[in-house]
Write a protein that binds this ligand. Structure first.
Ligand SMILES: Cc1cc2nc3c(=O)[nH]c(=O)nc-3n(C[C@H](O)[C@H](O)[C@H](O)COP(=O)(O)OP(=O)(O)OC[C@H]3O[C@@H](n4cnc5c(N)ncnc54)[C@H](O)[C@@H]3O)c2cc1C
Length: 419
């Protein structure tokens, strides 16, 4: 099989799919075609193991701005992808410590920044938290609470289903069970993609291979700093009376847990990405000891859980929702945050290979998928980002070019990037 495409996207996760839909839409119905190369099936990677929450709060004003635009896109996806995806808008309650040595000040600064960006994000009184959670949540005096009303909740299987439908509607060539093995590259660009199904040629190549990117591009001398941070996600069966339907998503930075009501009777939870510099350093050091690389995601063992992990999570549930007693475990799995050294995404053109573009999410990408797709399509079709308010310079891969990535988790840059 020797094929020539206008654009080839490597990786059929939510980001790869979004890029493919946006580029193909701009190309219209002409003979130029876009392909997605996916070594498993569409959405099999991290895109099948997330919580499907779309929120805007982010420590980077530019990321916040992009998330706000993405939220609008998610609400009306049809003009972009050709399909709509159902969503709910439960909002989110953020919980933080309010002790002298905590970072309460940084939450106040975040509140100001978000409000300047037009994001609803305001402090809540304890009484309001109780009302919003219909008395399900425990509040304590040493905590502060914020409410972000525009947070959306989608459903992961519905997103995967929509990706399949949109691929057909947009006439994308989806090459599943097709693995990119390596590249032929000329002086300035990728000239051919060698896959398990033969050679493929493309004018433009988008790297949306997420956590696999580091290994995939190492062979041609590109250093893409992405590591895996394991995280356990668990479901518990709860009564509608214990945790009311429509309860806001709880982003609990005191217990280090996200909670959300799901499909009527389930309380879904997992820990957030670690913002601790030492943990990030450890994740990057573990990469060397992981012979499976990112393929650990596809190992059947990643659906196992130890009693210790379960007990840890049960403690968090009981601590935050004391009225529900001991919840009933209803299954769980390991997932992985695909983190970068400064926890920011890698977005934009490669600095060495002119026809290569990176679109990687840094452990928080689902929410950005539609806007990232539009940005990458802008770069490929128009040569620059068309929205005047968006500047992607801070997300360029160029920031890692001096090879000393440890400076990122040692520096203040990380502390500022707290969400
Ligand atoms: C527990 C958890 C909860 C989360 N919740 C949220 C949330 O609520 N909201 C949010 O916005 N984000 C969330 N995230 C983050 C989100 O899941 C990821 O950022 C997102 O799914 C990444 O998508 P992706 O397309 O970049 O990567 P992936 O979905 O991993 O896609 C990469 C694809 O590339 C393919 N691939 C790799 N190598 C090759 C190759 N050589 N050839 C061909 N194909 C290849 C893989 O098979 C894979 O399908 C969460 C993450 C975790 C761990």
């Amino acid at each position: 099989m020797n094929k020539l495409y206008h654009t080839v996207v490597i990786g059929g996760g939510c980001l790869g799919a979004a890029c493919a839909f946006s580029v193909q839409r701009r190309l219209g119905n002409n003979r130029h075609k876009v392909a997605i190369i996916e070594k498993k099936v569409l959405g099999a990677g991290l895109s099948s193991r997330h919580s499907a929450i779309v929120r805007s709060a982010n420590a980077s004003p530019m990321a916040t701005r992009m998330a706000k635009m993405a939220t609008q896109y998610w609400k009306n996806l049809k003009p972009l992808w050709g399909v709509n995806i159902p969503y709910e808008q439960p909002g989110a309650i953020w919980i933080a410590e309010n002790t002298p040595d905590s970072r309460a000040e940084s939450w106040t600064a975040l509140e100001h920044m978000l409000q300047q960006e037009g994001i609803g994000f305001a402090m809540l009184a304890h009484r309001d938290v109780m009302d919003l959670s219909r008395q399900a949540l425990k509040t304590v005096p040493d905590e502060i609470y914020y409410y972000e009303p525009d947070v959306l909740q989608l459903d992961s299987p519905q997103i995967l289903n929509a990706m399949q439908t949109a691929a057909k509607k947009n006439r994308i060539d989806v090459l599943e069970h097709c693995e990119v093995i390596d590249f032929a590259h000329a002086e300035q660009g990728i000239s051919a993609i060698n896959t398990s199904q033969g050679k493929i040629f493309a004018e433009h190549v988008i790297n949306a291979a997420g956590a696999w990117s580091a290994e995939l591009f190492a062979g041609i001398g590109l250093s893409i700093p992405v590591a895996l941070e394991p995280v356990y996600a668990a479901n518990f069966l709860v009564s509608v009376d214990d945790i009311p339907e429509g309860m806001p998503i709880i982003a609990d930075y005191v217990n280090q847990a996200y909670f959300r009501r799901w499909r009527g009777s389930i309380l879904h939870m997992h820990q957030p990405r670690s913002r601790n510099a030492k943990d990030i350093a450890r994740s990057f050091s573990r990469a060397v000891m992981n012979p499976e690389g990112a393929n650990v995601i596809y190992d059947a063992l990643s659906f196992n859980v130890t009693h210790q992990q379960l007990d840890n999570y049960l403690g968090k549930v009981i601590n935050r929702f004391p009225k529900i007693g001991k919840p009933v475990y209803a299954g769980g799995y390991h997932s992985f945050f695909d983190i970068t050294p400064d926890l920011k995404f890698i977005l934009g053109p490669d600095t060495q290979l002119t026809n290569l573009y990176h679109c990687l999410g840094a452990g928080q990408a689902l929410k950005y998928a539609p806007i990232f797709g539009e940005i990458i399509a802008d770069l490929i079709i128009e040569g620059n980002v068309t929205a005047k308010s968006i500047d992607i310079a801070e997300f360029s891969i160029d920031r890692f070019s001096n090879n000393d990535i440890s400076q990122y988790w040692q520096s203040n840059a990380l502390k500022k990037n707290s969400l």
